[in-house]
Design a protein around this ligand. Structure first.
Ligand SMILES: Nc1nc(=O)c2c([nH]1)NC[C@@H]1CN(c3ccc(C(=O)N[C@@H](CCC(=O)O)C(=O)O)cc3)C=[N+]21
Length: 286
């Protein structure tokens, strides 16, 4: 492995140090930022993510508002919790942990979140603001990726960026973020229907893979000065029968590329740091 590691864990720790100072300044004005989480059901993965978010909050001095509902909660019950958090002045932002159980209408729940309390930055109003270039909370994973590249001085201005994946949480909003005038990258948005994926990734200065296909990006698909960001998380069962998470980037890519943001330890911690950032920014606006 010869590639430089874009260390998301260390960078997120740096961002949390900066946030701690901003939270202290808010406290002097009598403001304690509050992050809410809504968890429906007891999926162990979702529970672990939500626990992680509350741990992050505690580290930075953000208050946690935790709402948990049983797996068989009705649409009305979930929407009532959303209405409660919308009305609670102690809650500056919150997320509804996804996926929701099958019987619930996810879109209806998410559309009921107050867009100004949308810590995920994924409400239709906020995705619309992103399209139009208006201010608003930014989606955490795309923002975390741009922030990681910025802090490692990876040039984006005029650079060719291949984004692989067009999902609503990563690929599509990431394309919008990178093509803002402030970033000014040239983006090719590839996906599972792209006929010759390697043609696009091989000529890119930066390759960001968020397709959810383990090992999709192989060493022959990148050039030697490429910066590669792995955003995939797929649960796989290993030969030992144990479950683990794997990314979209094959490990040999690190022998070819100039730099790699690995999974784990890359984008995941940055996503969490951006969630905290969205909440602190909202609290600072008052
Ligand atoms: N409303 C909503 N918002 C989300 O942001 C959201 C969601 N629902 N549902 C699930 C996905 C997944 N997600 C992750 C965030 C951080 C790591 C992360 O920090 N991962 C560590 C590894 C952690 C470990 O190994 O346990 C890493 O990559 O280094 C992973 C996954 C947020 N999600």
């Amino acid at each position: 492995m010869t590639a430089i590691v874009l260390d998301g864990k260390a960078t997120a720790a740096e961002i949390k140090d900066e946030l701690r100072i901003r939270v202290k300044a808010l406290a002097e004005r009598g403001v304690v930022p509050g992050l809410g989480t809504v968890l429906v059901g007891a999926d162990p993965g979702s529970q672990a993510y939500v626990n992680g978010k509350h741990r992050d909050c505690a580290e930075v001095g953000i208050a946690s508002l935790r709402r948990e509902l049983p797996a068989d909660a009705t649409q009305d019950q979930v929407e009532a919790v959303v209405a409660e958090l919308n009305a609670d002045p102690a809650c500056h932002g919150y997320i509804v942990q996804l996926p929701l159980p099958e019987h619930l209408d996810t879109q209806r729940v998410l559309e009921r979140i107050d867009p100004d309390k949308d810590a995920d930055g994924l409400h239709p109003v906020n995705l619309g603001r992103l399209v139009l270039g208006y201010a608003g909370p930014l989606p955490c994973t795309p923002r975390g990726i741009v922030e990681l590249l910025r802090r490692y001085d990876v040039p984006l201005r005029g650079a060719e960026v291949a984004v692989v994946g067009r999902g609503n949480t990563v690929g599509r909003p990431l394309g919008l973020l990178l093509t803002r005038r402030s970033e000014n990258a040239t983006v090719t948005l590839c996906h599972t229907g792209t006929l010759d994926l390697a043609k696009h990734t091989r000529t890119a200065d930066v390759v960001i893979v968020a397709a959810g296909v383990p090992g999709l990006l192989t060493a022959d698909m990148v050039c030697s000065d490429a910066v590669v960001v792995d955003v995939g998380i797929t649960r796989v069962v290993g030969a030992d029968g144990k479950g683990r998470y794997t990314g979209d980037v094959a490990s040999e890519v690190a022998d070819v590329a100039r730099a790699v943001a690995p999974m784990p330890g890359g984008v995941g911690p940055m996503t969490r740091a951006m969630l905290l950032t969205n909440v602190v920014e909202r609290a600072e606006r008052g």
